[in-house]
Design a protein around this ligand. Structure first.
Ligand SMILES: [Zn+2]
Ligand SMILES: [Zn+2]
Length: 271
């Protein structure tokens, strides 16, 4: 079984984007993010982002999008059409729509926009999302010590991203990490993050011989999975965004075995 499905080059590219995001975050005024914490909303599975007021700096967002576009097409003699189009048509009103679509994961908006403007299908949702993350990460920093309630199945309590990554830390407690906003929270080690099932007879662990630090927790009640990485065995603890990326082989194994990430499960329910 291959434990390295992500190439060195791809990993390096994402590491550079992470570094870029860290710089962007420094350019943000933390006062632009004003969360309103509501215990009842959290208990009902409504993420903090839904009740947060943001003062988006559209020129700054556009600057980030352009930096990222330049970065993603570094070698083209004449820059790619996607980069050119973005540079020529991007305006504040568009930035506002992109931010809204990225925060609410509105794939239909991006699909239609890309088709209409002949932009690479992958490009738009990717750059729009990456440039909105500094706001989500500032939000997560602000509420990290204040969010105590969480509803299994509702995804990250801050940004709503579906749960798929956890780490074993300290004495062996399970800490769920959101690779999107970088919020993290404790969940009982045996509890399924997708349905709250705690029955040890229907919670199982898939182990990977070639990757002893990793397990996949699967639930026979809801068929959800969570990657569980014992990062105590790592020499240097990776950031959750990169850890999620470098453990992509575990997502493949889980999905090949019929287990799903929450987002796909919701999609299935719709059909
Ligand atoms: Zn999150
Ligand atoms: Zn479950």
């Amino acid at each position: 079984m291959k434990t390295t499905v992500v190439s060195k080059e791809y990993k390096a590219l994402h590491q550079s984007i992470q570094d870029l995001q860290k710089e962007w975050k420094k350019e943000l005024n933390p006062e632009a993010v004003q969360p309103k914490l509501d215990k009842a909303a959290l208990q009902a599975g409504i993420p903090v982002v839904s009740l947060t007021s943001f003062q988006f700096d559209f020129p700054l967002y556009i600057k980030w999008i352009k930096e990222l576009a330049k970065f993603l097409y570094p070698n083209s003699q004449s820059s790619s059409s996607s980069e050119q189009i973005v540079n020529s048509i991007m305006n504040e009103e568009m930035a506002k729509s992109w931010i809204e679509a990225a925060i609410s994961c509105n794939h239909i908006y991006f699909h239609e926009f890309a088709e209409k403007n002949q932009i690479d299908e992958w490009f738009l949702p990717f750059v729009a999302e990456m440039a909105v993350r500094p706001y989500l990460q500032v939000l997560a920093d602000k509420v990290q010590s204040k969010v105590d309630d969480w509803l299994p199945g509702s995804g990250c309590p801050v940004c709503g991203e579906p749960v798929r990554l956890s780490q074993l830390e300290g004495e062996g407690k399970k800490v769920v990490h959101c690779p999107r906003c970088l919020f993290h929270w404790n969940v009982n080690r045996l509890t399924c993050c997708h349905c709250g099932n705690k029955n040890h007879e229907t919670i199982r662990f898939l182990t990977i011989e070639e990757d002893p630090a990793s397990q996949i927790q699967v639930c026979e009640e809801c068929h959800g999975y969570t990657k569980m990485i014992d990062t105590r065995q790592y020499l240097a603890k990776p950031e959750s965004y990169m850890l999620d990326l470098t453990t992509l082989h575990l997502d493949f194994i889980a999905q090949e075995n019929g287990y799903l990430a929450a987002v796909e499960k919701k999609d299935l329910n719709k059909n």
